[in-house]
Write a protein that binds this ligand. Structure first.
Ligand SMILES: [Zn+2]
Length: 415
């Protein structure tokens, strides 16, 4: 068979054999073998780790890079929502596109190849964010599969006109719908209405949920119950759920079982949760990040994601999912190889499962999507925040980041 490209001596993790040649033709993976004896252009990876692209399930491209127009004093969630609400009145489609483009390009250079971005829709910003991101999705389809989740950040039932705009975005090609019950005056009604809209359009759902540390009142059980009622198991994700980090272990285990049984997935957002949670404490500040690895052990599908980049919710961000996985591992106090490897899973195969991606993974027949990491195993990828060296999407190179080079003084090299 004629091949367009061969990745040689690629390490593909938990597979057997671990180091393989991968043959590409017409943008797809057509062969994986210990050795492919065919003449074709290629690259020898010397055993470096290859993943099928990093997968981001939760990021806000539309409100990224606005620190220069927002002022934060308290660093609370309420302040962040208010600051962005004020700033977004002045957002234009061109402005949203330009900021989102910068953030998306950073993510591509960090090895992200599949992404779900949450886009705010309400009467203040209208559909400007949705239209900008829809254009971005088309313009960057050569490098990344972008999925648009429209959602009402400032509530829906309390905000006349929002629901109509959400439905308009769905009719114009949004990929799924999100909800934000904690900003709604009627959280239960909000959840029910989002499910009804999702059912009408046959959409998956991704909620912002339970975003504080008061575990005495949670909407998570309500989401699970409604998921069962609608038969939507496997199609619902919830982001943040920081309240779970405040649950004592018996209740936590019961909720984990409920999530696994119902088929509700969880995304943890370490950078934002660490920045915003526990502001009422002046010492021994609770970290407020839900222990995803413990949910994972109970059978819950979990992902680690970036959420916000350079805005009042999170004034940080280089769009590196490997940095997020490392940050999570560090604050969750996990360091054993198997646990670190599960953190890599939470930015690759598990978010792909959360997003119901049918063609993700290094397997014959799938798109030739690869990111080569400058490390020799899955543990090091997370422990060392391995550099992505190059990416290939549908058989075409999308970025290169050659490794840095130390310039030794004459005669001073390694001995
Ligand atoms: Zn979010």
């Amino acid at each position: 068979m004629a091949l367009d490209f061969i990745l040689r001596h690629a390490r593909i993790g938990a597979h057997e054999p671990e180091i393989v040649d991968i043959g590409v033709a017409d943008g797809r993976i057509v062969e994986i073998a210990a050795r492919i004896d065919v003449d074709a252009p290629g690259e020898d990876l010397d055993g470096r780790l290859v993943v099928a692209g990093l997968v981001e399930t939760h990021i806000h491209l539309d409100k990224s890079c606005i620190l220069d127009r927002c002022h934060s004093r308290e660093g609370t969630l309420a302040e962040a929502i208010a600051a962005v609400a004020a700033a977004k009145r002045a957002f234009t489609e061109a402005d949203i596109y330009e900021r989102a483009r910068r953030t998306l390009e950073k993510a591509i250079l960090q090895g992200t190849m599949r992404m779900r971005t949450h886009v705010e829709v309400d009467p203040r910003v209208g559909l400007r964010g949705f239209h900008a991101i829809r254009r971005l999705k088309r313009d960057y389809a050569w490098a990344i599969d972008l999925e648009i989740c429209v959602f009402p950040q400032e509530g829906m039932l309390n905000d006349p006109g929002t629901e109509e705009l959400l439905i308009e975005a769905c009719e114009q090609g949004a990929d799924l719908i999100g909800g934000c019950p904690y900003t709604d005056s009627d959280p239960h009604g909000h959840i029910a209405r989002i499910f009804e809209i999702a059912q009408k359009f046959d959409y998956d759902i991704d909620f912002h949920l339970d975003f504080d540390l008061d575990a005495s009142r949670m909407n998570l059980e309500g989401v699970c119950r409604t998921t069962d009622e609608f038969g939507w198991g496997g199609r619902v994700a919830v982001g943040h759920v920081t309240k779970l980090s405040a649950l004592e272990s018996v209740k936590f285990a019961a909720m984990a079982k409920r999530l696994a049984d119902t088929g509700v997935a969880v995304t943890v957002l370490p950078a934002t949760d660490l920045f915003l949670m526990g502001r009422e404490h002046d010492h021994n500040v609770p970290r407020g990040v839900t222990p995803a690895h413990r949910l994972l052990a109970c059978g819950v599908t979990c992902s680690i994601a970036s959420n916000n980049i350079l805005n009042p919710f999170t004034p940080f961000g280089d769009c590196s999912l490997l940095r997020m996985a490392n940050l999570y591992a560090n604050i969750a106090q996990i360091g054993r190889p198997a646990e670190l490897q599960s953190c890599l899973d939470m930015i690759t195969v598990l978010p792909a499962k959360l997003m119901n991606l049918r063609d993700y993974g290094i397997a014959v027949g799938n798109p030739a999507d690869f990111v080569v990491l400058d490390c020799m195993d899955r543990t090091a990828a997370v422990a060392e925040i391995a550099r992505p060296l190059f990416g290939m999407k549908n058989g075409r190179r999308t970025f290169v980041c050659p490794p840095p080079k130390l310039l030794y003084e004459a005669g001073s090299g390694p001995r």
